[in-house]
Ligand binder design. Structure first.
Ligand code: URA
Length: 248
């Protein structure tokens, strides 16, 4: 594909285009330039740490994921070695549900249950998600569910910045393939990475957000695992679900 067309295509999807520093001494470890924070509106500023150190491998991978169909994309996720998580996870967790869904649900990363079963949101948080969906008249087969990361981080730790960066092209392509009417971002990691902000979930929920580089509304809500620990917040999550339903 012509480079300028490819660049336009990546830009239209909201994918950052990275250019290797010159010269490149070692392709395996060299850091590359990212967009300048000055180019972004204040509320979309990525924390400085998140702008650092994507590898050349991830940047290359980003370019050739555009255009993949579902089976090819899933095969690429399964074969991915862009970060170290493939070494510690049992299998990749690609996502599940209706590939043409109106609603795309995005969580953080597979946990232990999901790592074992190969499907997102299978544990107690998943049961609560099922109940939340039922409350707005939906079930898992009507929506598409995936995560920011496709591999489970060891001991349920937070995703690292380089892991998110490496996995981002897969999610971008999933969003493009599903073409959802609404995205429901569950929890801090999903919301902050989708919206490129470090504002807390409490500050993001209840407002209108659009995916950067696109026009898909993003509803921010609490992660079901958080709601299990803080059931007094379920009322707010219910408001978020109603907002989601309205947008659908
Ligand atoms: N938490 C998530 O964010 N995703 C899962 O798939 C499971 C738990």
């Amino acid at each position: 594909m012509d480079e300028s067309v490819r660049q336009q295509y990546l830009e239209a999807m909201g994918i950052q285009s990275w250019v290797a520093r010159d010269p490149v001494p070692d392709a395996a470890t060299t850091t590359v330039d990212t967009v300048s924070p000055a180019e972004l509106p204040v509320e979309q500023l990525v924390p400085q740490e998140q702008l650092s150190a994507p590898t050349v491998q991830a940047a290359t991978q980003q370019g050739d994921i555009a255009g993949l169909d579902w089976p090819a994309l899933q095969a690429r996720v399964e074969a991915c070695r862009a970060c170290s998580l493939h070494q510690t996870s049992t299998q990749t967790v690609f996502g599940t549900g209706n590939q043409s869904a109106d609603l795309l649900i995005i969580g953080e990363a597979p946990g232990e249950d999901e790592d074992r079963q190969g499907e997102p949101f299978m544990g107690t948080a998943g049961q609560l998600l099922n109940a939340m969906l039922k409350a707005i008249g939906l079930n898992r087969s009507q929506v598409f569910i995936t995560n920011i990361l496709k591999c489970s981080p060891p001991e349920n730790r937070d995703p690292h910045v380089d892991e998110v960066r490496s996995c981002e092209p897969f999610l971008q392509r999933q969003i493009e393939l599903v073409r959802p009417k609404v995205i429901l971002a569950m929890g801090r990691v999903a919301s902050q990475n989708l919206l490129k902000t470090d504002v807390a979930v409490g500050g993001l929920r209840g407002s209108e957000h659009l995916l950067r580089g696109g026009n898909i509304p993003v509803v921010v809500t609490y992660h079901p695992a958080y709601l299990l620990r803080s059931p007094d917040q379920k009322g707010k999550a219910w408001q978020d679900l109603l907002r989601t339903k309205r947008l659908l």
